[in-house]
Design a protein around this ligand. Structure first.
Ligand SMILES: Nc1ncnc2c1ncn2[C@@H]1O[C@H](COP(=O)(O)OP(=O)(O)OP(=O)(O)O)[C@@H](O)[C@H]1O
Ligand SMILES: [Mg+2]
Length: 200
């Protein structure tokens, strides 16, 4: 007789939070780094995590701005893993690189498969990495992105946006309407500190 597994003994339930985050497209390298012996957040990162956690717990939208390499994606991976660690109910968290999300959305036009924008709209926590000024993207693409963020805002689903953009760049990509929504229960947070590349 084939043994049956109870829901608590499925491979998914047995996976660690890091394994589950990786299975939900959170970056492998950054997720695994969290488990490296001696891994420690620097004080700037620890402060941003504390601030962002409060907003995420209340279903708000956080934008973390910072220079190249100072640990934004690392923080995004941490929030994905943390979501699974807390055994939250409801939809899972998802990670998307903004340009890849827009490209995949465009590729889905006229196709039978669902656009990943639908998952971005409805996932439990959205980590949108590397938001940047469009090159080769149309206003329509960015309207789609802002529409998705508006849907999340209205349903109080938490969103973490990671970017190298300063305020002017952010305004040009997100527009005043989305920035105004961020100010409602969310925040723009600057991650201080230099690039960690080559340090670890
Ligand atoms: N506290 C830390 N301890 C050890 N390594 C870290 C820490 N924070 C970040 N790193 C590592 O530093 C490198 C750069 O971090 P990360 O990729 O998160 O930067 P980023 O801000 O996303 O960069 P970019 O702006 O270029 O996307 C990565 O290899 C990451 O794993
Ligand atoms: Mg990054």
């Amino acid at each position: 007789m084939t043994p049956t597994l109870s829901p608590n003994h499925t491979p998914e339930a047995r996976a660690t939070p890091i394994e589950r985050a990786i299975a939900h497209e959170f970056p492998f390298k950054h997720c695994n780094r969290l488990a490296e012996p001696g891994f420690k957040w620097n004080r700037h990162q620890a402060q941003v995590i504390r601030q962002a956690q409060v907003i995420i717990d209340h279903g708000g939208m956080v934008v973390v701005q910072g220079v190249f390499g100072n640990g934004k994606t690392q923080i995004g991976a941490r929030f994905g893993c943390q979501w699974f660690k807390e055994l939250r109910r409801g939809p899972s968290p998802r990670y998307f690189v903004s340009i890849e999300l827009l490209d995949a959305h465009r590729d889905s036009y006229g196709e039978k498969h669902e656009s990943p924008m639908v998952q971005a709209e409805s996932c439990g926590l959205l980590v949108l990495d590397d938001l940047r000024v469009p090159t080769g993207k149309t206003d329509h693409d960015y309207e789609q992105l802002n529409k998705m963020l508006d849907i999340r805002y209205r349903s109080e689903r938490p969103t973490l946006i990671l970017t190298n953009l300063g305020d002017a760049g952010l305004n040009s990509v997100l527009g005043e309407k989305t920035i105004d929504r961020i100010s409602d229960g969310g925040a723009l947070i600057e991650l201080q500190g230099k690039s960690m590349r080559g340090v670890a």
